[in-house]
Ligand binder design. Structure first.
Ligand code: PLP
Length: 408
């Protein structure tokens, strides 16, 4: 700092020297976090109903995750690029994951993020099938890198970034007719088993089973993006279990790392081996499977498996949302476990409700492709008392909001 010059406030630096993703971020500032709460430097507690966008499934600062990070940090932070040395945290994590997955998902490629898992899965499908078309769904979100953007099912966010990948076919979710667009030229279909950023759209009438069937007929790989639905959020460890459809490739990230950056795409050994020969080095990452992240992921996986938290999410979702659909401002309440969309009659009502929520120290946000809905996706550790208390506050907010007709 230049002597005599007054330091800018954190907020000023945030707006001036950190790149923004929008001009209207909430810009709240927290100094620490605990359980389901984010806490300001003044000690005000905010209830996190977003869980860092489905990352903090076990809440904040779980002592076993912190301890695993500490221990691994004392051994080594990084050795070399992914895939060269045998690193125990990666081995431990892969063993854990394959122990709970069907036999055809027995080979794990570790990356850093959700978008990277998607990129890897798309490349893998092209490499294995020798085909270059990819089918994706309208209103799907798979990440913001060029490949992931190409399969984003929304025009607004991608139109300024063309040219993108060619050969992408878009289907309507829950539309059986569109399954005919999956032809033997299509390398892979990529789908979120529950569409998250579309505003929590659940599959209807065995749609995922029909999709699996069509992929079997055309020799197309089925990729499930469980980056948001995985690790217990929708009421089973992975959403594919709930819908009894096993994908050829499973993408994970977000809650996988227990709060640390980590992603994975998982397939069979036969499919995955295609990345390693003719030519070798088909997919590379320096930091993928970072040992500290992998150690945190192991601890997080163990806690989740021991506690079987996914078994209580339906009940918690019920407590959280009890009676909310009775209000005239609400058009619909859509739920898949603790992935919940509170859909208002208009985006304006949702905006107003969001302001009320922040004022009442509840953290929520919108969905990317459903501006009229607010997300309720708290950490899975939220207890009955906390869920009831949030429910009461939401009732107060909705009463205050009315039907929006009297809003100034
Ligand atoms: N897939 C889904 C379903 C997501 O919700 C997201 C992020 O919100 C991604 C992929 C991308 O993950 P990341 O932000 O880690 O790249």
């Amino acid at each position: 700092m230049i002597p005599g010059k007054k330091r800018m406030s954190d907020r000023e630096i945030f707006f001036r020297h950190l790149a923004l993703t929008s001009f209207e971020p909430p810009a709240l500032q927290f100094s620490h976090a605990e359980g389901i709460y984010l806490i300001t430097p003044q000690g005000e507690k905010y209830t996190d109903l977003s869980a860092g966008y489905s990352v903090n499934n076990l809440g904040y600062n779980h002592p076993r995750i912190i301890e695993a990070i500490r221990q691994q940090a004392g051994l080594y932070l990084h050795q070399t690029v992914y895939g060269e040395f045998v690193q125990s945290p990666q081995v431990e994590l892969a063993s854990r994951l394959v122990s709970v997955l069907p036999p055809q998902l027995d080979c794990v490629y570790l990356v850093n993020s959700g978008a990277e898992a998607i990129e890897g899965a798309m490349k893998l499908a092209k490499r294995f099938t020798g085909r270059h078309y990819i089918a994706a769904f309208k209103k799907a979100y798979h990440g913001s890198t060029h490949g992931a953007l190409s399969i984003m099912g929304d025009e607004v966010l991608k139109m300024k970034y063309r040219p993108l990948l060619p050969g992408i076919v878009f289907l309507r979710f829950n539309c059986f007719e569109d399954l005919d667009l999956i032809t033997p030229e299509v390398a892979a279909v990529i789908v979120e088993p529950v569409q998250a950023e579309a505003g929590v759209i659940v599959p209807q009438n065995q749609f995922l089973k029909a999709l699996r069937q069509r992929c079997n007929e055309t020799g197309t790989l089925l990729i499930f993006d469980e980056i948001q639905t995985g690790m217990g959020r929708t009421g089973s460890l992975f959403a594919f279990e709930k819908y009894e459809v096993v994908p050829d490739v499973l993408c994970l990230a977000k809650a996988l790392g227990g709060g640390m950056p980590l992603g994975a795409f998982i397939s069979s050994k036969t499919i995955m081996d295609t990345l390693a020969h003719n030519p070798a080095l088909g997919h590379l990452t320096t930091f993928g499977g970072n040992p500290v992240s992998a150690a945190a992921a192991c601890a997080s996986f163990d806690i989740l498996k021991e506690s079987r938290l996914w078994e209580s999410v339906e009940e918690k979702a019920h407590l959280l949302t009890k009676g909310l659909e009775e209000y005239s401002a609400i058009r619909e309440l859509r739920k898949s476990g603790l992935l919940i969309a509170l859909d208002f009659l208009t985006p304006e009502l949702a905006s107003r409700a969001l302001e009320f929520m922040w004022a009442n120290r509840l953290i929520s946000d919108r969905f990317l492709f459903c501006p009229s809905a607010l997300r309720l996706s708290p950490p899975l550790i939220i207890d009955a008392k906390e869920a009831n208390s949030v429910n009461q506050t939401l009732h107060q907010i909705l009463k205050q909001l009315g039907d929006g007709k009297t809003m100034d």
